[in-house]
Design a protein around this ligand. Structure first.
Ligand code: TK8
Length: 350
């Protein structure tokens, strides 16, 4: 009998201690649970880009940060990194897949290493203008490509603008296709870019953006191709003497988020980050376009020689790269490519 009473007493004491030991407050969750709940609710987005903090892309990222932190009342904090502090486009995209980073905004060219269909946006001379590019990328066709990212543990939230790409180099003025002959040009890590510049007679080398300035400084490459904004704001005029309006590709950026991270957000938070990436993208595009002409003038003021390419020379360049476009249209799928062509035609008529 005594033993039984002892067991009852022990059980009572254990229950009493459990109630006190849990630090239960009167009628509410305990302090530890509240602390852990608050901590669990707070999320951090590590957002990285390759360009430096003077580029419209970084100003757009700061706008994204401002909107998200305000609309989530600080429950989501955005840490912004520029100048390749977290790596280049390709390594940062891999970091999203691994969960060690939450946002990166790469060019479509390196993204084609993850989803090959994205190479269509790097077809030379595809988009006739920024306005047409906006309509196609922000419409049904653009969304179809973003949807393809989910199998790679990536969420494509919106398109931003890198811009029309121009060739710069330290050797000679480029006024025609013939002037590309033998030029050591850095390209983004994208096979289509490599083959297109080979077709123009250049000697292309794929390279991460983070290595580019040093490669030009050391003469490893003679030149590169990027929008005027990047050429000026990355101070390429310090190592480049010539620039031409090749306008050979309109390059979009894609605002990527880790799918693992996105899926861990509440529905409300998902809507906030989605809308913030779109609003910040519109802002970034505007900044990028407003100063485009000014960037070219600034390059000339820094001593860079500008060579205007005549329409017939653009036509000759397009003819030389057409076999590369045809090859990649087959690889990507003629139906997919035709959808893009049809969307461009429709957008051009609006
Ligand atoms: C910066 C790159 C850059 C791109 C390139 O991270 O690699 O030349 O045009 O803007 O995305």
């Amino acid at each position: 009998m005594k033993k039984f009473l002892g067991l009852i007493l022990t059980a009572f004491l254990v229950l009493a201690l459990a109630a006190c030991g849990g630090g239960n407050n009167e009628g509410g969750e305990n302090a530890d649970d509240k602390e852990s709940a608050d901590t669990a609710e707070k999320k951090t987005i590590r957002a990285g880009i390759g360009l430096n903090d003077s580029h419209p892309q970084y100003k757009g990222l700061l706008k994204f940060k401002e909107i998200v932190e305000e609309k989530t009342d600080g429950q989501i904090v955005v840490e912004t990194y520029h100048s390749g502090q977290l790596g280049d486009d390709r390594t940062m995209t891999e970091a999203l897949q691994l969960g060690s980073q939450e946002v990166v905004i790469p060019s479509t060219a390196p993204l084609a290493n993850f989803v090959p269909e994205f190479s269509v946006f790097d077809f030379p001379f595809l988009f006739p203008s920024e306005e047409v590019a906006d309509k196609v990328l922000d419409g049904e066709v653009g969304q179809k490509f973003l949807d393809k990212l989910e199998d790679q543990n990536l969420i494509g939230l919106s398109y931003w603008e890198n811009g029309f790409r121009q060739v710069s180099n330290s050797e000679r003025a480029i006024a025609s296709a013939a002037d590309f002959k033998g030029l050591k040009l850095r390209t983004m890590e994208n096979d289509l870019h490599l083959e297109a510049f080979r077709a123009l007679g250049a000697n292309p080398t794929p390279m991460a953006f983070t290595e580019l300035f040093t490669a030009m400084q050391q003469g490893t490459v003679d030149g590169q191709e990027n929008p005027f904004a990047t050429i000026y704001l990355s101070k390429f005029y310090e190592v480049q003497d010539h620039v031409s309006n090749t306008n050979h590709i309109y390059s979009p950026f894609v605002f990527l988020m880790s799918k693992t991270f996105y899926d861990g957000l509440t529905e409300e938070q998902q809507q906030i980050v989605r809308e913030a990436s779109v609003e910040a993208g519109v802002y970034e595009r505007q900044l990028n376009r407003e100063a485009n002409e000014q960037y070219l003038q600034d390059l000339q003021a820094e001593g860079v020689t500008y060579t205007e390419i005549a329409p017939e020379q653009h036509a000759e360049m397009k003819e030389l790269v057409q076999p590369v476009i045809d090859k990649y249209a087959d690889k990507i799928g003629k139906d997919t490519v035709q959808e893009v062509y049809d969307a461009i035609e429709a957008a051009s008529k609006e």
